[in-house]
Ligand binder design. Structure first.
Ligand SMILES: *Cc1c(COP(=O)(O)O)cnc(C)c1O
Length: 421
């Protein structure tokens, strides 16, 4: 043991602590900028893991949280309710398509997925059907880091290899992009007819799995097949929700209404931990009974935290009063224009744009540390992973900052591709 425990007690995410480069110390944020302790100001290209859709420190959210903090920062949700949560649930139900009307609040995306999986499993039990214990998930997907969520992540790229023995075994398919893949999905659903409880998908974009996009028709195909086989569809919109793909929710681009939908990441505009699992009435009704054991068996301590609900309500206000979707569209146009040339750079395999997401894929995984350093040298905060470098800025980012991000990525990718090629 030679690491300096006096320097920090913090165990970092996805980081081999031994020999890890020290993280940069952030002291303040503003708009699309992160200010470091050493005085550097970075343009944030990823909006703090896709959360800060309105930019940092939006005064409307700050005021709503300050007001709530003075009144009631937290109160337990068992047996009690409060206006911030009541209002948020009603607004989400109104914004979401169809009868996605029943909102269960929790505190992180992974937990929202766990709740969705549990809802699907218990829905069958409550209907008197046993043995439906598996979920059909898609290769390339990412749904979180807790055990149940990990079990539906991509079986190769995800953490299955390390934790396989701990995880429930699920059923995996390719997204049905071709007629053959559609047939394969149909056949797999038929083959596991008796054991499947649900189908889970990230609509339109598989985010952390590699920014892989699929057209709305593919999502519609999945929804149709799930329906035909009598299975509830869980849409994990934790990444795609709140304007990221150009519409408020990705599902609406395919005209589908999933049975259960998960939200988190941008729900509070990047200020606080909050997540929601929202069910359609048919799912909710499976729990509506005189039997106490038929109740949904979940209840996080900080469920419906009033501060977080106040932040989420303020964030929804901003979607009503400020032109977020138009801004997402403007970003899409600028990203397409700015990143398109990289397609011709040797060593670049693909460039993908959807809404306020721009992703560049290398033919071979680059030296990530070197690439990160190149980006940092250009004053931008961008976090490439695997063979991907991507931009998911705040929807409010100014034109100059967006151009700086695009220029930095373009130059860094070209330099890195030249080294790797
Ligand atoms: C980030 C993410 C999660 C997990 O959310 P956490 O808040 O990190 O637990 C789940 N699904 C998708 C699609 C995500 O992008």
């Amino acid at each position: 043991m030679s690491h300096d425990v006096s320097r920090t007690h913090l165990w970092r995410p996805y980081t081999q602590m031994r020999g890890a480069a020290p993280p940069l110390e952030a002291v303040a944020t503003q708009g699309s900028r992160i200010i470091l302790a050493d005085g550097r100001e970075l343009v944030d290209g990823i909006a703090s893991w896709w959360t800060a859709v309105h930019g940092y420190n939006h005064p409307h959210i700050a005021a709503a949280v300050a007001d709530q903090l003075a009144r009631m920062p937290h109160v337990m949700f068992g047996g009690l309710t409060h206006q911030p949560a009541e209002r948020l649930a009603a607004r989400l139900a109104a914004l979401l398509p169809g009868d996605l009307d029943h909102v269960f609040l929790s505190d992180s995306g992974s937990v929202a997925v766990e709740v969705a999986l549990k809802m699907a499993a218990q829905m069958w039990l409550n209907r008197g059907v046993s043995g439906r214990t598996k979920v059909l998930a898609f290769r390339g997907g990412y749904h979180g880091d807790t055990m149940g969520a990990m079990s539906v992540c991509d079986p190769e790229e995800g953490m299955h290899r390390r934790f396989g023995a701990y995880l429930p075994t699920q059923v995996f398919c390719d997204l049905p992009r071709t007629a053959a893949e559609t047939e394969a999905l149909d056949a797999t659903l038929a083959a596991h007819r008796e054991t499947l409880a649900a189908v889970i998908i990230e609509p339109l974009v598989q985010g952390a799995g590699g920014m892989r996009m699929h057209p709305p028709e593919v999502l519609a195909t999945v929804a149709n097949l799930a329906r035909r086989h009598g299975l509830p569809l869980i849409a994990d919109e934790i990444f795609t929700g709140f304007g990221r793909t150009g519409t408020l929710f990705a599902c609406t681009q395919a005209g589908i209404v999933p049975d259960i939908l998960c939200l988190s990441k941008a729900l509070t505009g990047g200020t606080m931990a909050l997540a929601a699992t929202i069910a359609r009435t048919e799912v909710f009704e499976a729990f509506w009974s005189d039997d106490p054991a038929a109740a949904l068996m979940h209840g996080p301590t900080f469920m419906a935290n009033p501060l977080a609900c106040a932040a989420a309500n303020a964030s929804l206000d901003l979607f009503e009063t400020e032109p977020r979707l138009a801004q997402a569209h403007a970003i899409e146009v600028r990203l397409a224009d700015g990143l398109e040339d990289l397609r011709r750079v040797p060593g670049v395999a693909d460039v993908r744009i959807l809404g306020a997401i721009g992703a560049v894929q290398f033919a071979k995984a680059p030296d990530l540390a070197a690439l990160k350093a190149r980006l940092l040298d250009r004053g931008v905060w961008v976090r490439p992973f695997g063979d991907i470098v991507y931009l998911t800025p705040a929807l409010t980012i100014g034109a100059a900052d967006l151009d700086r991000l695009i220029a930095a990525v373009t130059r860094a990718v070209a330099e890195q591709a030249a080294v790797t090629a």
